[in-house]
Ligand binder design. Sequence first.
Ligand code: CA
Length: 370
Amino acid sequence: MTGYGVFVHKGRTRIGYRTGDAVFDLTAAEREELVDGLGTFQNGALNDFLALGPPQWTVVAQQAAQLPDRLCVPLDEVEPVLPFRVADYVDFYSSEHHAANVGRIFRPGQPPILPNWRHLPVGYHGRAGTVVVSGTPIVRPSGQRGPGDVGPSQRLDIEAELGFVVGVPSQLGKPVPTGDLTSHVFGVVLVNDWSARDLQSWEYQPLGPFLGKSFATSVSPWIVPLSELARVSAPEQDPPVAEYLTEADRYTFDVELTVEWNGVPVTRPPFRDLYWTPAQQLAHLTVNGASVRTGDLFASGTISGPRRDQVGSFLELTEGGREPVALSGSGTRAFLADGDSVTIRGRAAGVNGGVVDLGAVEGRVVPLRG
Ligand code: CA
């Protein structure tokens, strides 16, 4: 693990650089002029540092790796908070296996993949204000489950995803080419896009996800720089994509997630199989001239591989709830029960041939209040 985050220690908010189980206090290091964050480590969030761009990110990474032990805070004394102020949140739908599985479950008897899916990275704008840091309790959402049927969701689910954090903004009216991913995106976080399937399936036509997904999205506390991750080839695309989605150097990242339900590993979703790459997602997000801002988060969409033990949602794991899974110690489940916890861990192939730990995003479901 090499990542940047924000934590509270002895009542004070600090910017942190985590390497392995050591967390270095960049706020103190900057005051001693041991790192050159241009003052951004005094601000209580990573946004201003993220906006500095790749040359300064490299300078700070080199300096942070050499900080003295006296600036190290024990990991068990660190209380991570949301590492950046989330500007806009976009969620894609880039896994062909996930799209096919959901299409089959939500629209039985119809073609599971819709006609536009292989032509553009389907996505929607989510709710930035309800992105929360790992460990935040997830209050069971309530809402319309069908005609005249209002109450707590009975089909509360997860979506295991990888999120990309924008550092350098783009200009309004100027699309970002696929080759410019690393000029804008600083790094990745693990994402759990909690989803209420009963609310979602009743509300989503014709405009897409709304209240079934806006109640909470959890992210891991340490942003791992893209520069730490090895590039690997991405799947072939057929039919050919539009010119603005072509990639001179088409690549993705070799990230494998592990989903634990009440401590029991249930699936291992593979990121590298996704049909649409992060570079294509960013290009598509801006092709209409929309700009991205520092602190924007765009997530991959649920990551599902071809096998049942590689899916990124419980909807798929339990075949729409029809085939509950046995969790040793806590019985069988179709969807999340109050008190259930979910932990998504991530590991990636690193630039130096090793494995990069992406940390974990956790959450526990609590009953609706009042
Ligand atoms: Ca999602």
